[in-house]
Design a protein around this ligand. Structure first.
Ligand SMILES: [Fe+2]
Length: 334
């Protein structure tokens, strides 16, 4: 109860105490503010005109400091505009003078009931937000599990290239970060890279696992894996934005790749990134028919193909990769 007129303050304090409320009194806004800073209160009932700090000033301080307390302003007839301003600033109510203690008691009860209702509502909203957050995390985990299952299914069939997709995904994320791409785009590239070869699920074992060289017909079938991957990714709404990257991950910068003649910027950035790191990983991994080449030899080959197979700008970024980071990715998934 904040009022500079002692008789009114005492009368209102007695009336509210008699109604069962615990009341503290202050002779101006500054004293009230120091009390509010020391302990929590549910409600401030304040006069407008007071020395040192008036009612509006107190409300401003309460609002600026983010104090969680309801506010009722006691105003004279000429101060209605101030009362409206106070309501805009977040006051719960105002009471015009002269008033009876019974009237004030009713306003206090209503303001406290509103406060309780607002708190209950806030608790409900918080609970619902937490539930939605948990549900979203579960969905995200389920989506990540689905990706892992697809990659595991591919790795199980093509044992020789086990973990290739994981490494390509990690290299692609590392290159994307170095290029300063934003998080949503990097996440899309990560998913696309994980599934870039998922279309190989549609390639027959006799071709996919053939130990020797493929003939022309077999190559034709193998070269369909980007289109099969594209169809697979298009089945899931969350993966659809990455489908075009998968379709074009064997497109060459100069237009000489497959399965289409896309070139330059017609090839999505993600696909141009996969192209570089896919070849780097293939060259630096052992295969049954050949040993892995060194990082330096693989980088030389990538530089040689900059502008033909690879986007030259991406090659520049890739060459800046710390060999320690390449090693760490390679060793984590081998
Ligand atoms: Fe591929």
């Amino acid at each position: 109860m904040v009022d500079d007129e002692e008789p009114i303050r005492r009368l209102l304090c007695e009336c509210l105490s008699a109604s069962g409320y615990e009341v503290a009194a202050a002779g101006n806004g500054a004293i009230a503010l120091s009390l509010l800073m020391m302990q929590p209160f549910d409600l401030v009932v304040s006069d407008v005109r007071m020395p040192v700090l008036d009612g509006i000033g107190l409300l401003e301080q309460v609002s600026d400091r983010g104090l969680d307390v309801s506010f009722i302003l006691l105003t004279a007839c000429g101060e209605v505009a101030l009362a409206v301003k106070a309501m805009r600033m977040g006051a719960a109510d105002y009471v015009l003078k002269p008033f009876s203690p019974v009237e004030i008691s009713g306003n206090v009860r209503r303001a406290l009931e509103q406060r309780q209702e607002a708190r209950t509502l806030k608790t409900l909203v918080n609970e619902q937000e937490a539930k939605i957050g948990r549900f979203a995390r579960k969905l995200e985990e389920a989506s990540e599990d689905m990706l892992e299952l697809l990659v595991a299914a591919l790795d199980a069939r093509e044992e020789n290239t086990r973990h290739h997709s994981k490494r390509v995904s990690e290299y692609a994320v590392s290159l994307s970060r170095r290029m300063g791409l934003d998080s949503p785009e990097i996440e899309l590239i990560r998913k696309g890279a994980l599934l870039h070869d998922v279309g190989k699920i549609g390639v027959r074992d006799s071709i996919l696992l053939k130990p020797g060289e493929l003939d022309n017909q077999e190559w034709d079938e193998m070269r369909r894996h980007p289109e099969v991957g594209y169809s697979i990714l298009n089945c899931a709404a969350s993966l659809r934005p990455a489908a075009d990257m998968v379709l074009k991950h064997h497109a060459h910068y100069d237009g000489n790749g497959y399965p289409g003649q896309w070139s330059g910027e017609e090839i999505p950035l993600g696909a141009r990134i996969f192209s570089v790191v896919d070849c780097f990983d293939a060259m630096t991994s052992d295969r049954p028919y050949r040993r892995a080449v060194s990082y330096e030899d693989a980088k030389r080959e990538i530089v040689r193909c900059a502008g033909t197979q690879f986007d030259p700008l991406l090659v520049k970024y890739f060459l800046k990769t710390d060999p320690g980071e390449l090693d760490s990715i390679h060793n984590r998934f081998c």
